[in-house]
Write a protein that binds this ligand. Structure first.
Ligand SMILES: Nc1ncnc2c1ncn2[C@@H]1O[C@H](COP(=O)(O)OP(=O)(O)OP(=O)(O)O)[C@@H](O)[C@H]1O
Ligand SMILES: O=P(O)(O)OC[C@H]1O[C@H](OP(=O)(O)OP(=O)(O)O)[C@H](O)[C@@H]1O
Ligand SMILES: [Mg+2]
Length: 386
């Protein structure tokens, strides 16, 4: 067991209080203060202890433009209205607290048992989870935060004609005395990747940001960092190489296996979150279209709708009679139709609806599409041996 000694800032004193105990959803306010302590020596090995609490805890990234909780999936979970607010509630899901933390700390706290669920990039799970068997991916594709972890080298100088990892590894320049110098913030995945790929003479230096400057500054020969649009690499005259992608990443829902099995309510909450996320992701880009149409019967109207290629939605159409008072009795001369359509089919659909006599066309975005039980839930249960 390796124990590192290091100096550490004391954890912020956190005070929180609830509103009236009778209120249906408890509200917490958090006030934090960072105290630079006199040198405190701590053991940095992650302590795994079952913490005593009843509520289920979800960790979300606390800052950063790409963690916007208005992005799909998360808007239905929580809004952090103030960047200094670290805890929130989810009105829709009782007994769930949201804690806003740095992405790496979400993973660390899942491992230590201080959080039960988290939403972070897959890269962060892999880097800070380091293969810990207690971490379990519940949803692997939340459809935002797409990027990949990659090895990149300069386009110029001795690297001008180097285009693959193999060619890089075989360059005669790298020796035990003068190894390939790689700058990265991924100090677990970076070295592991080089080792797995048989790159022998290599050393790593650590930096947290603006890594792309390291080669031009003469600090490193290569970098291992996240790439999304590729703009930062391009701006810094760097290139990716064949075989240099370490992993692909996007936001994922990750849970502590121990919490799922042992802590009351975690499995149920996870099920509900999974359902909501899947239903929301399915609904993104889908719209309901309603219109009125004159007709002699519901079947006749349905046939007219189905004759148009752009009007065959997910299922349907739903056709319902719209009654009006005709000489004292209710009569259906109009029918309301409802169909679900993807965004790209909307305009064509409106044209086709008009063509077959549709009027008063209303279009609204869908928030959820709940389908049959998601396969990811079955998968989770089987991973847990349940
Ligand atoms: N360019 C990008 N495009 C899309 N997603 C990205 C990009 N860069 C990073 N990410 C995702 O966002 C996560 C957080 O990255 P970021 O660098 O913003 O961390 P951070 O919040 O600044 O944390 P820290 O301050 O500890 O570095 C990454 O782990 C990755 O999943
Ligand atoms: O391929 P791109 O779309 O250009 O994105 C990649 C950049 O995004 C991230 O940096 P970030 O914005 O977090 O800045 P930092 O590394 O300085 O923290 C990552 O570390 C890359 O530098
Ligand atoms: Mg960064």
């Amino acid at each position: 067991m390796s124990v590192m000694r290091t100096t550490f800032l004391q954890p912020p004193p956190i005070s929180y209080f609830s509103t009236s105990p009778s209120s249906p959803t408890m509200k917490f306010t958090v006030s934090c203060r960072l105290v630079a302590s006199p040198e405190t020596v701590v053991n940095v090995e992650v302590e795994k202890r079952p913490s005593e609490r009843n509520e289920v805890r979800l960790g979300l990234p606390s800052k950063g433009y790409r963690h916007t909780r208005s992005s799909q999936g998360l808007s239905i979970i929580s809004e952090q209205t103030n960047p200094r607010q670290y805890v929130a509630e989810i009105p829709q899901i009782s007994n769930l607290e949201v804690w806003f933390q740095r992405p790496k700390d979400v993973v660390r706290k899942l491992v230590s048992g201080d959080l039960d669920l988290g939403i972070v990039g897959m890269d962060t799970v892999m880097e800070y989870g380091q293969g810990d068997g207690d971490l379990i991916i519940v949803h692997d594709a939340l459809d935002y935060g797409d990027c990949h972890l990659s090895l990149a080298i300069p386009k110029y100088g001795i690297f001008e004609n180097i285009n693959s990892l193999d060619e890089l590894a075989k360059m005669p320049q790298w020796t035990p005395e003068r190894p390939l110098r790689v700058a990265t913030g991924f100090t677990y995945l970076g070295p592991k990747f080089m080792k797995d790929n048989g790159v022998n003479y290599v050393t790593f230096s650590v930096a947290d940001g603006a890594l792309e400057a390291a080669p031009a500054m003469g600090i490193a020969d290569a970098i291992v960092d996240l790439v999304s649009s590729g703009t930062t690499l391009k701006e810094n005259n760097l290139k990716e190489i064949e075989g240099g992608v370490i992993l692909k990443s996007q936001a994922v829902l990750v849970a502590s296996r121990k919490s799922l099995i042992q802590r009351n309510g975690v499995l149920d909450t996870t099920h509900e979150m999974l359902e909501r996320l899947e239903a929301h992701l399915k609904a993104v880009g889908q719209f309901t279209v309603t219109a009125n149409m004159r007709g002699s019967s519901a079947e006749e109207v349905a046939e007219r709708v189905l004759s148009q290629p752009s009007l065959s939605g997910l299922q349907g159409p739903t056709v319902s009679p719209v009654y009006s008072n005709r000489n004292g009795s209710a009569a259906a001369g109009y029918y309301a139709i409802v169909i679900c359509l993807p965004k790209q089919a909307l305009y064509k659909s409106v044209q086709q609806l008009r063509m077959i006599g549709g009027s008063g066309v209303l279009i609204s975005p869908l928030t959820y599409i709940f389908d049959e039980e998601t396969p990811r839930w079955r998968q989770l249960l089987s991973n847990l041996g349940l």
